[in-house]
Design a protein. Sequence first.
Length: 319
Amino acid sequence: MLGIRVASSFTAGRGHIARCEAIRTHFNESVTWFADPQGVHDLGGADDTVQVERETESIDALKVAVNAGRVSMVLLDSYLLKPEAIATLSRSVPCLAICDYPPFPDVHRVVAPQAFQKSEDNIYGGLEYQIVSAGFSSYRGKSVAEIGDAARILVSFGARDSSNRTALVLSALELVRRRWNISVTCVLGNHAPHRDDIRQRLVGHTDMSLMEGVHDMGPLYATHNLAIGAPGISQAERAFCGLPSLLIAQNEAQKPLCRAWSDLHAASIAKPDVQEIEERTEALIGGAALRNDLRCNAMRLVDGAGAKRIADLIREMMK
């Protein structure tokens, strides 16, 4: 049986859960989930079971299940697990870990679904492993290519946006709206720490809105001209749907991810600087050819089959 240890705390955002649930859909058998103590526990399908670990760094419940023979294969997707514990676990059971950037855990196979990572040895890297839920298939290529009376801009930096990049972008868009007609939709999760700040910033702006706790981003991808966000799972979704994006790193680890998308001409990038964000946004609004180039390249690189490819790797390990 497959066991999935996923970062499910409210502070972890939605990306880890979304990736694991997309992979899980490719298995008919029931799955046992191992979740963080404070966070989302409604995981998987109707036949799945969920066990809650004692701490966000813990795999104690998972180890008990492995030793009891209830789990014979493990999928790991969490940055908070202790490397020594993972290495010990992998000596008892086949383990595949999803990890976006080095250092990679000491397991049998690692999937690094980013453009800068090449496949080598036991590492399976590249955008072919970017994970997009099957639910986005109906929005493939549906983003609004032509800008009408106003450029529709989606601002989304994940469920939490701990660094409050949304506020920085809104400051830049205040400058953009002096020259261009724009309509802005910001998205944050229900547990985002800076929600009150963003709400206050939007007071009096009829052309700017905040949506909270959105469960299906597809309709938003299909009704906007461009997006400003981070290079996480949401970027994979936007690329698959064909929504041109301006990427801004939320931390040092995300900087090479942004550069890799830019090097492939599949996204525009900006430093966390108001003037640079303003300039790059205006270039996208005024550049139909640029938007189309980013859109086509991104869709070519992210084909939506990443979850199935990873599921196939897991099945090989379960034989």
